[in-house]
Write a protein that binds this ligand. Sequence first.
Ligand code: SF4
Length: 294
Amino acid sequence: METAKIVENVAFNILKQAVIYLPEDVKQALKQAYAEETSETGKTQLKAILDNIELAEKYQAPVCQDTGTIIFYVKAGAKARDLDKVEEALINATRKATKEVPLRPNSVDPFTQKNSGDNTGRYIPFLHWEIVPGDSLELTVMTKGGGSENVCVTGMLVPGEGIKGLKKFVVDAVIKAGAQPCPPNILGVAIGGGTDIAIKLAKKTLLKPLNESNQDPEIAKLEKEIFEAANMTGIGPMGLGGKTTVLGVHVDYAFRHPASFPAAVAFNCWAARRASARINANGTVDYLTHKVKG
Ligand code: SF4
């Protein structure tokens, strides 16, 4: 089979996997939250979420009616073949998934307000490219819900306030977001670079499994502190009160300009959908996040 067709098929499969089956780490975190939640209302909401996940799997239907904006992260081996065909293949896969899974058409021209009807449009699906050594092609898809996207924030903090200022910035964002991002949420937090770099890093950390803390012990400690502070807000599942407001926090950073302290918080909702696969040079495919195929 030609490379473009393989890429299209694999992209279709991971898109379908992502919108139906939540990653195991997210399901585990939700189950743990249900076991530990002390608020009755919070528990009821978590139970509804867990039932929803089970029904989506049983009926092979998207886990949420909002199937999000489609973003692909492409790790292209420098020696991989036909890289010039990848973008078109991902667009074709998006159109096919919209029709066949189906996905909700979520791509609107901001000037005319016209919905393209197939989840494609200028820059959509959005592609993040990374060139890596080797000859394989790794595709990851994130389908990013609107409710959680609406509360993502960037800001310029005061350099002198450092990490203390960052913690306040994140907790303020969580309080301001309230029920909007369908909590419990996963927070991607990043500092440094510039605003564009910070939000890009923050969103990319949402691809990390929840049980994977930062390898730097100091940053892992910060992740835990933000996690605890966010859960002390009492916003709770679906914003109805409880101790589970976030399921996890990932932090990343870039070096910064001496005068600037850019920061970003990317929210993901409980429907934290992502799936990955690697296409090897010989055309074989390894599905990296989901055991379920197709
Ligand atoms: S924020 Fe997430 S869970 Fe809420 S409606 Fe959007 S996609 Fe669904």
